[in-house]
Write a protein that binds this ligand. Structure first.
Ligand SMILES: C[S@@+](CC[C@H](N)C(=O)[O-])C[C@H]1O[C@@H](n2cnc3c(N)ncnc32)[C@H](O)[C@@H]1O
Length: 309
């Protein structure tokens, strides 16, 4: 299957990064390499280090971006390990960093990766196919309490109790093995009249299980904070999120980084030593909905940009 992914908010990301021809850049979520290409096109003596934990993404981009030679270094790893990996490579401060979070269109559209609730395949949803935890384990082995936590926390699924009840009853009889089996179970947890009121009823459950399988939110806020501190003065960071859970974490990290001294105003001198580390360049996020007619995936995208001070 061809690797197809149209980069979201491409122009805003590339201008937001304000790429310097001799700069050092990090793309934590290489995917189809669209944003990476935009960065590479603007580099002369600079360098890009690109991470993805999906081996398919790395392999595809190695071919597609081969013309850029050693301007780009590919790393098959979780971006949360990026700072250690940069240390190992002897890369110090960065001129810019990009995180375009979540899944790629390729991952969703490739049925056998088991992410899609409309294409039948074995339940999987692993971005990194070398890891052992998959959607099959979550759906068939998690306790009732764990499933409720996942659906409430990561799916904000209002009908979580009924969905979990359906899953537990079905797996008593036989393991739930496929994406469509799961999607039908979720649909059956809704009264027929309510079922398709807000699009496909399986959407939230699939999002929740995907986030759990790929451990998408744990440590994200801390990582983004550390990554921002790795930027040079004037260096930029762009983060694109696709749902409110992610966006809240990014927004909070940026707001904290921007805060200066937080001491009680009545104190004569500062004792907290908190200093402003970044300037937020997007007081309101840039919304992907403006390009949703051309790229369906952009619909829920929000881009936030900071500059190191
Ligand atoms: C939305 S796509 C990125 C698309 C890319 N910007 C482009 O222009 O094609 C997200 C990619 O990030 C990868 N990814 C998600 N979480 C990751 C993580 N924690 N570490 C490394 N890669 C991750 C996914 O495998 C996927 O390929």
């Amino acid at each position: 299957m061809e690797y197809v992914h149209v980069p979201v908010l491409y122009e805003d990301v590339i201008s937001g990064l304000d790429v310097k021809p001799d700069g050092v850049y990090l793309d934590g979520t290489l995917g189809g390499g669209g944003h990476s290409r935009g960065i590479l096109e603007r580099l002369t003596t600079g360098r890009l280090i690109a991470f993805d934990k999906d081996a398919d993404a790395i392999e595809n981009a190695q071919q597609k971006l081969s013309e850029y030679g050693d301007k780009i270094t590919f790393v098959h790893d979780d971006y949360k390990n990026a700072l250690e990996r940069l240390d190992e490579m002897g890369v110090g401060e960065l001129d810019g960093a990009l995180l375009d979070l979540g899944v790629s269109s390729y991952q969703i559209d490739t049925a056998e990766r088991g992410f899609s609730y409309v294409k039948d395949a074995l339940l999987d949803m692993r971005m990194d196919e070398e890891q052992s935890l998959s959607a099959l384990t979550v759906v068939n082995e998690y306790s009732e309490k764990e499933l409720l936590r996942v659906l409430y926390e990561y799916g904000e699924e209002p009908n979580a109790r009924a969905v979990v009840r359906k899953i537990l009853a079905a797996r008593e009889k036989k393991p739930i093995e496929t994406t469509l089996e799961l999607a039908e179970l979720v649909a059956s947890a809704y009264p027929p009249k309510e079922r398709y009121k807000h699009g496909n009823p399986a959407k939230r459950t699939f999002q929740a299980i995907r986030i759990e399988v790929n451990d998408e939110l744990r440590g994200l806020e801390e990582f983004v904070t550390e990554l921002a501190l790795r930027l040079k003065k004037g260096g930029r960071m762009c983060v694109i999120t696709f749902h409110s859970l992610e966006d809240r974490l990014i927004k909070r990290a940026f707001v904290e980084l921007e805060k200066d001294c937080v001491c009680d105003k009545r104190l004569p001198v500062c004792v907290c030593n908190k200093r402003q580390e970044v300037k937020i360049l997007t007081k309101k996020p840039i919304l992907g909905e403006k390009e949703a007619d051309k790229n369906k995936r952009s619909e829920s995208a929000k881009l936030r940009i900071i500059e190191r001070v």
